[in-house]
Design a protein. Structure first.
Length: 86
């Protein structure tokens, strides 16, 4: 039985290419996972900051837009709590 050297080299090259493709796929998946994790972290940070900002602004808006002229001083606190703390 005579083995053709070119066939043997071709088989080795195909195996090497398949191994390289597999490794590249693993690396790509790892990179994508790390990027997705970082994006999720960044989105969480932005959402937390915006929620805190909205909460702080809602407290300030309550004081700014509550028209005290139409509410007696005695009932102001009860009115404020009812309107802005629901």
């Amino acid at each position: 039985m005579i083995i053709n050297k070119n066939e043997k080299k071709k088989t080795i090259d195909e195996a090497t290419v398949a191994e390289i493709r597999t490794r590249m796929q693993e690396i790509s998946e790892s990179i994508i996972e790390q990027v997705n994790d970082r994006i999720n972290d960044m989105i969480s940070e932005v959402l937390n900051k915006s929620e805190r900002s909205l909460h702080n602004n809602s407290d300030n808006l309550g004081d700014k837009y509550c028209d005290k002229r139409f509410v007696s001083h005695h009932n102001y606190e009860m009115y404020y709590n009812f309107v802005f703390c629901i």
